[in-house]
Design a protein. Structure first.
Length: 455
């Protein structure tokens, strides 16, 4: 008997079937007629419950035909709920009893696949620090990096939790209590079993036990967290932890993060050219050195984007690298995972900054957009790992720039405004950039005159 029994007996139609069979054995057609349901659907439900031993069947001769009849195989089903999960106690009609334990919490660690490089980042994780915030845009390899570190950390007790929007503080505390209880720390579990309600006590008891073992705790997809109490828990954890290692993985810089000598913030960037070569080789795709450089630069070393591109290469060959990039589905992935989660103001900033080839100040973006750019919008984009701040200038990765540029409605006018901005700078670098933008704006007649005036 498997855990599916809970799903079967909690279904409303199945319960009606069981009520009918409690009175007398019946065949599928009779049950379907009494419930006003399709006979095929009823037969499927009966077979599923028979497989889980809730029902038993026998053949009966009716009007010269063999007909299968179903009857109850159990007298009693009792469900007992506990912190760790529930137990289903089943008493069969022939005296046999069975107990099925169902755990509410998934402690499985994801499987590591296709990991290359990141030697510098792994060395940082191996250092004698305890709390790590690993940030990066979608598909940048945060989860893979944490998994690789776990694979290298022999003898560690690993707690892995992937956060979801509906996760609550109490759900997470219960899961942590069940996990730590397996390693002989019972105080948090005992408090919860005694119906303890105080959040500060739960946090205190968790912190008391977290450094007793060589734990590695990973909280993945932190950007989905919607319960501020979970952030409060992590904020306390980053201040108090001294033995265990904790990794918080997020597409957005967590608000609870604070500067401390025991805390490391790590923002993942794309793979280097050497790491890209290693990933390409691992997938059995052959590219020339020039093609490799083109792919690494065009995709900004984005690990998932490179994998999607390589999958397309295996299907279509490598005769047309740019076309393979277009057909790989990278743009659709970024639209779904990044762009659709941005505000209109944030999206506009990405469109306008995509006009520029080099990092520019806020005033340059404002010149192209013809609107004031607020510091709040820039900070939000930076927290979401899509905008890069270099001192007082801003830029975006090539992969994001190409997609953002393709969404810009009037590209020629945007280049015309960018040229106007650079001309106002009156610098050598500004002049060359202005020439580039005038060419892109198809203002070719102005270029010779500008060059002559420059001379």
């Amino acid at each position: 008997m498997r855990e599916k029994i809970l799903q079967l007996i909690s279904n409303r139609i199945n319960m009606k079937i069981l009520n009918l069979l409690a009175e007398e054995p019946l065949n599928p057609r009779s049950i379907a007629e009494r419930l006003g349901k399709d006979e095929t659907n009823i037969s499927r439900r009966l077979k599923a419950m028979e497989r889980e031993e809730i029902l038993r069947s026998s053949w009966k001769r009716i009007r010269g035909r063999n007909v299968k009849e179903y009857s109850l195989n159990v007298d009693k089903v009792e469900i007992i709920f506990e912190i760790r999960g529930c137990e289903i106690h089943v008493k069969f009609r022939r005296g046999r009893k069975n107990i099925i334990a169902i755990n509410f919490y998934d402690f499985k660690i994801p499987k590591l696949v296709d990991f290359v490089g990141r030697e510098r980042e792994l060395n940082v994780l191996k250092a004698k620090k305890n709390f790590f915030v690993i940030e990066g845009m979608a598909g940048m390899g945060k989860t893979s990096l944490a998994l690789k570190f776990i694979n290298l950390s022999k003898g560690k007790k690993v707690f892995w939790h992937t956060l979801k929007e509906l996760d609550t503080f109490n759900f997470l505390m219960n899961k942590l209590a069940v996990f730590m209880n397996k390693f002989r720390y019972h105080e948090l579990m005992d408090y919860l079993k005694a119906n303890g309600k105080e959040d500060y006590v739960k946090i205190s008891l968790f912190l008391k036990g977290v450094d007793r073992e060589n734990y590695v705790m990973v909280f993945d997809d932190h950007q989905r967290c919607s319960d501020e109490k979970i952030n409060h828990l992590l904020e306390n954890l980053q201040k108090r932890i001294r033995k265990a290692k904790v990794m918080v993985l997020s597409r957005v810089r967590p608000k609870f993060f604070s500067l401390d000598e025991n805390i490391v913030e790590m923002r993942l960037s794309g793979l280097s050219l050497r790491e890209t070569e290693e990933l390409v080789a691992s997938k059995g795709v052959s590219l020339s050195k020039d093609e490799m450089k083109f792919v690494q630069k065009r995709l900004s070393g984005h690990p998932l984007a490179i994998k999607m591109f390589l999958k397309t290469c295996k299907a279509r060959g490598t005769n047309n690298i740019p076309e393979n990039i277009k057909r790989s589905g990278i743009a659709d992935y970024l639209m779904r995972e990044v762009y659709r989660k941005l505000s209109k103001e944030e999206l506009n900033v990405l469109k306008f900054i995509s006009v520029f080839r080099t990092p520019v100040p806020r005033e340059a973006i404002a010149e192209v957009s013809q609107k004031e750019i607020s510091e709040a919008v820039l900070c939000s984009l930076e927290r979401k790992m899509v905008l890069i701040r270099l001192n007082e200038n801003y830029t975006i990765e090539r992969l994001m720039r190409d997609l953002s540029y393709s969404m810009l409605e009037n590209q020629e006018e945007a280049h015309r405004r960018a040229a106007r901005y650079y001309l106002s700078e009156k610098s050598r670098g500004g002049f060359s950039e202005a020439m580039y933008h005038l060419i892109k704006a198809k203002e070719l007649r102005k270029v010779p005159r500008m060059a002559k005036n420059r001379d």
